[in-house]
Write a protein that binds this ligand. Structure first.
Ligand code: FAD
Length: 271
């Protein structure tokens, strides 16, 4: 309702005939992109963890886009070298034996010490897993998602209560400004303030932030040749789409899929 009011400039929202309104925001904050991702008008926030000890959320809309809610991922761009910064350190969270996060830690340890100032190939994946585990801990070690009202987040205040939500497993009030790495929380906070300036009414305590949407793009990339799109050492293997690190979202995955299909056809014709 709120987004319909803002976007249609009408206090009665979208009315009977108009579709649920959409939005798209993008800003640069301290050298990194902060942007809305996969905005879902008239949709839900859903659980999207793929293993134990993780809390991950995502957003989706049914075809009629008929719910009273809108949701969007809010992304802070991260580069491997950022992991060396103290601002990206996570609050201590206990590594749980057998978790994906523990297994990655083991792989990293096995491949030995890295030269000063460099990051391990799997370091960003490790960071993602740690953040998901931390989020699960903040959500009372269940799938109840930690959440905070948007203006409270900016003012660094705990939310006393939370608005009604589309996330069916429930929310728990949590100081996201406190436990998220400062690198991310400070950019999100600044980004929201800039979005609020360009879209009057967007920055409001009626909006709720739900942690954490970490799966917007792959944290690693399987390296391929720019021309042939084949793996650099395994002939006939075409790393493709989101999992291989060449897409983030439906459209970019579709486009990459088409490029790879053309490359496979050319390879087969040559052979
Ligand atoms: C809940 C949810 C909501 C989303 N909402 C949006 C949105 O609003 N907008 C947007 O742009 N993006 C959204 N996304 C992301 C989008 O779905 C992905 O970016 C996109 O599907 C990636 O496409 P892909 O082809 O690279 O991978 P996928 O669609 O994941 O396809 C990979 C395929 O490989 C198959 N596979 C895996 N392993 C094997 C194997 N060993 N052998 C054979 N097959 C295998 C899988 O079954 C799967 O079918 C959402 C994702 C989720 C989970």
């Amino acid at each position: 309702m709120l987004i319909d009011q803002i976007q249609y400039h009408n206090k009665n929202g979208r009315g009977k005939y108009l579709p649920a309104a959409e939005y798209s925001f993008v800003q640069q904050v301290d050298g990194r992109g902060v942007y809305s991702f996969c905005m879902c008008p008239g949709g839900f926030v859903v659980p999207a963890a793929s293993g134990p000890h993780q809390l991950v959320v995502n957003g989706m809309s049914p075809s009629n886009r008929g719910t009273k809610w809108s949701n969007s991922g809010m992304v802070v761009e991260l580069r491997p070298e950022d992991l060396l910064l103290p601002d990206l350190q996570l609050q201590a969270c206990e590594t749980i034996q057998g978790s994906a996060e523990a297994q990655t830690e083991e792989l990293i340890a096995r491949s030995g010490k890295l030269p000063e100032g460099s990051v391990h190939t799997l370091a960003v994946m490790h960071f993602q897993e740690k953040l998901e585990q931390l989020c699960w801990q903040q959500g009372n070690m269940r799938q109840t998602a930690p959440a905070q009202r948007m203006a409270d987040f900016i003012n660094r205040k705990v939310s006393y209560d939370l608005p009604d939500t589309s996330y069916s497993l429930g929310l728990v009030s949590s100081p996201l400004h406190f436990w998220m790495p400062k690198f991310i929380s400070s950019r999100l906070s600044r980004g929201f303030q800039l979005f609020g300036k360009s879209s009057h009414g967007f920055l409001t305590n009626e909006a709720v932030m739900i942690a954490v949407e970490t799966r917007t793009s792959a944290p690693i990339r399987i390296v391929r040749d720019n021309e042939t799109l084949q793996h650099v050492t395994v002939e006939g293997l075409f790393p493709c789409g989101e999992g291989a690190g060449y897409a983030g979202g439906i459209v970019s995955a579709g486009i990459d899929g088409e490029r790879c299909a053309d490359a496979v056809a050319a390879y087969l014709q040559r052979g």
